[in-house]
Design a protein around this ligand. Structure first.
Ligand SMILES: [Zn+2]
Ligand SMILES: [Zn+2]
Ligand SMILES: [Zn+2]
Length: 383
C-alpha cells in the first residue's frame, strides 16, 4: 500500500492569554486573530528545532548544512521540497470535537430574528423565501466544520490596557507631548487562557523516520517557545498534548475521490490563498495545482486532466506576509484570497483522475506558502 503522507493532529491549549497579532487596529486597540496561523507554529517549531538539534556554540553563527535536521524538514528554504506543512490551528468546538473556521462566503441569513433561515448559495435571493425579509451575508461569523454550528465568536477574548514602562527606571514613561500619549496607552485584545485549538501538520511520506522526533519537539520543545506578541508581558504560553498520527494511504484518497462530482464542484478556502497577482482562481491554476497534488501524493508523474470552467465565485481578499526564519525578517506582503472564499467549477464529464487529483489537493493545498498553511482547501457542493 502506497503511503501518501502523514497527518499529525494534537490539541493546543493556551496556558496564558495569547495575542496573535493580526495587524488590525481600531483606535488604540490592537486586535488578535481568533486562530493561530501556520506561520506562527512553524516559526516556534523551527526555533526549537535549531536550538535542540543543530550543533553550534553560543555566540557562533550557524550555517545549516545538508545534515541539519532543520534543512531536512524545512527543505523549501534550501531550494528543495517542503516536508512539513503547518496548517492554521482553529479553535476546537468542544461539543463535537470539530473546529470553528471563518464562515463560507456563500452563507447568507434572513435578517428576521424569528426566521433566520440560512442560504448556502452564490446568488442570494432578493428576499427570504419564507418571510420576505432581506438576507445578508454572515460575514465575520464562524462555522464548525464538523457539525455546522454557526457562531459570532469562536474563542473567548478579552481586552486589557497597557501603559508603556520606561525600561531604565521601571516607572511610567514620561509623557512629553500630546502625540506620544496615544502611543503610550494601548489596549490589546487577547484570546483567553484555557482556549483550545486543533494543531494539524501534514508531513511528507519520505519523513516517516523523523515522526517520533517531530512529536518530541512538538510536545516538549514548542511549549518553551512563546506564540505571538507581548511575550515579555507573560503572554503566549501554550501546551501541546494528545498527539495522533494518521497515515493517509492511496485508499483513503481514492475513497474521498468517490464522493467528488467532477461535473460540478466547489473549492472552499480553509486558509488564505496566495496566487501572486491573479485576480481569480483560474481553471488553469487549479488544474496545475491538482496535477502537482496528484503527483506528490501518489508518487507518480503529473496526469493529464480534462478542461474545467469557473462558473461562480464569491471571495474576499486580504494581504499575507510570512516570516522568514532563515533571514529572521518579515517576508514581503502579498495579496491573498481570504479564508471562506468559494469557487464553483464545472466540467463536461465525470473523470476519475480529476476526482483523485482534487482529493489530493485537500492534503497538498494551492499556491505559495504551503509550509505556512496557506491555500488549504476543502471540496464541497454548494449549488
Ligand atoms: Zn542547522
Ligand atoms: Zn426569513
Ligand atoms: Zn461542532
Amino acid at each position: 500500500m502506497t503511503m501518501a503522507c502523514y497527518i499529525v493532529n494534537a490539541t493546543i491549549t493556551a496556558k496564558t492569554p495569547l495575542h496573535i497579532g493580526s495587524g488590525k487596529r481600531t483606535g488604540v486597540i490592537k486586535h488578535t486573530h481568533h486562530f493561530i496561523p501556520g506561520s506562527f507554529l512553524r516559526g516556534a517549531f523551527g526555533l526549537c528545532l535549531v536550538k535542540t538539534t543543530c550543533e553550534f556554540k553560543e555566540g557562533e553563527t550557524h550555517v545549516h548544512s545538508e545534515d541539519c535536521f532543520y534543512s531536512k524538514l524545512f527543505g523549501e528554504e534550501f531550494g528543495k521540497k517542503s516536508n512539513m506543512f503547518f496548517r492554521y490551528a482553529y479553535p476546537l468546538h468542544l461539543k463535537c470535537n470539530g473546529v470553528f473556521v471563518p464562515i463560507s462566503r456563500t452563507l447568507y441569513r434572513c435578517r428576521n430574528p424569528q426566521c433566520h433561515k440560512i442560504y448556502n448559495t452564490y446568488i442570494p435571493p432578493l428576499e427570504c423565501q419564507i418571510c420576505d425579509n432581506s438576507v445578508k451575508p454572515l460575514l465575520g461569523y464562524y462555522e464548525c466544520l464538523r457539525c455546522g454550528e454557526i457562531n459570532s465568536e469562536s474563542v473567548q477574548t478579552s481586552r486589557f490596557s497597557l501603559t508603556a514602562l520606561d525600561r531604565g527606571s521601571y516607572s511610567a514613561a514620561q509623557i512629553r507631548s500630546g502625540e506620544e500619549l496615544a502611543g503610550t496607552l494601548r489596549t490589546i485584545e487577547v484570546i483567553e487562557a484555557g482556549s483550545k485549538f486543533r494543531l494539524e501538520i501534514v508531513v511528507d511520506a519520505d519523513c516517516k523516520e523523523y515522526l517520533n522526533q517531530i512529536i518530541a519537539l512538538l510536545t516538549r520543545g514548542v511549549p518553551d517557545e512563546d506564540i505571538g506578541g507581548s511575550k515579555s508581558r507573560g503572554l503566549g504560553k501554550i501546551s501541546i498534548e494528545d498527539v495522533k498520527i494518521k497515515e493517509i494511504s492511496r485508499d483513503i484518497i481514492e475513497a474521498r475521490a468517490q464522493t467528488i462530482n467532477t461535473k460540478g464542484f466547489d473549492i472552499r478556502l480553509l486558509s488564505p490563498m496566495v496566487l501572486g497577482n491573479s485576480s481569480i482562481l483560474e481553471p488553469a491554476t487549479l488544474l496545475e495545482a491538482a496535477r502537482r497534488a496528484y503527483s506528490w501524493i501518489l508518487h507518480q508523474g503529473k496526469p493529464s486532466l480534462p478542461s474545467i470552467k469557473l462558473i461562480h465565485r464569491q471571495f474576499l481578499t486580504e494581504t499575507f506576509s510570512g516570516w522568514s526564519l532563515k533571514e529572521n525578517r518579515r517576508r514581503r506582503v502579498e495579496p491573498a484570497f481570504s479564508t471562506g472564499s468559494c469557487f464553483h467549477f464545472e466540467s463536461e464529464s465525470s473523470d476519475q483522475t480529476l476526482a483523485i487529483a482534487l482529493a489530493a489537493l485537500e492534503f497538498y493545498s494551492i499556491g505559495s506558502y504551503k509550509p505556512h498553511g496557506c491555500g488549504q482547501v476543502t471540496l464541497t457542493q454548494i449549488l
